[in-house]
Design a protein around this ligand. Sequence first.
Ligand code: CIZ
Length: 310
Amino acid sequence: MDIEKLKNEIDQLKKEREAIILAHNYQRPEVQDVADHLGDSLDLSRIAARTDAKVVVFCGVQFMAETAAMLSPQKTVLLPVREAGCPLADMATAEQLRRKREEYPDAVVVAYVNTSAAVKAESDICCTSANAVDVVRSIEGDRPVLFVPDRNLGHYAAQQTHREVILWDGWCPTHLSLSPVDVERCRKLYPEAAVMAHPECSPEVLKRVDKVAGTSGMLRYPGGSTTQEFVVATESGMVYRLQKEYPEKRFYPATEHFICPTMKMTTLEKIRIALRDMKHVVRVPEEIQDKARRVLEAMLTVTASPRRAK
Ligand code: CIZ
């Protein structure tokens, strides 16, 4: 089917189903183009909770759709590709976390949003790349923090807050593939550009860049900067997003290989089928949902007004 026909059919099905399409900043350009809203997982989950639409098509990966489903339990959340997982999220299971907690009974468990609902349910508070530092800072007293599962984001939050953070040995294969040599190569190739990197990159990369930020921070940064060119050290979908947002500036991927295979599984055809057949409905078991929602809500309180939590 040609692309215009596909887009028209998606539009028609969207009306029939009273649906909206939410797409993560890492999605393919053509998927971003049909989305009603773009954002990071936190922005999109908030939009899912606020919308009057009955159906939310979440173009992202499993943990994101689960988060949206937990924050809007009365809506139907569809994930167009059931297998779109996150290798980082798969690096921590609820059972492993229960065992780790036994090793560190005093620790406050901070779960990065890139975790399953079951892992969130075993945690104390959630965070995203945008608010990890505020969340760690909000923890009262000097109890250690057990940060799961991304060791690079946990390391970055520890550096920024000077808190004791116990790191889980998890990583994003896509972000970890960027090396300091790649950053140096970009410096030579684009001498006028500011380099922005996601905190899931290694500490060796982060100390060589001009700005460390999640995708929502990367979207704000060029707006407040007189710099005209930017190297983007995160998933390639973000380059498309930034270029649309700031057509007068120039954005370059830090490497041509900055591609998350599971983020790219969602296509227009899969969205059409998701809306046509109402699949795949994302459901989180009740007993997990209640606990995991409390952990997400604890994060939202900190994000609403960064402060020291009780
Ligand atoms: O929070 C998100 O959506 C993730 C996983 C990354 C980012 O920085 O947007």
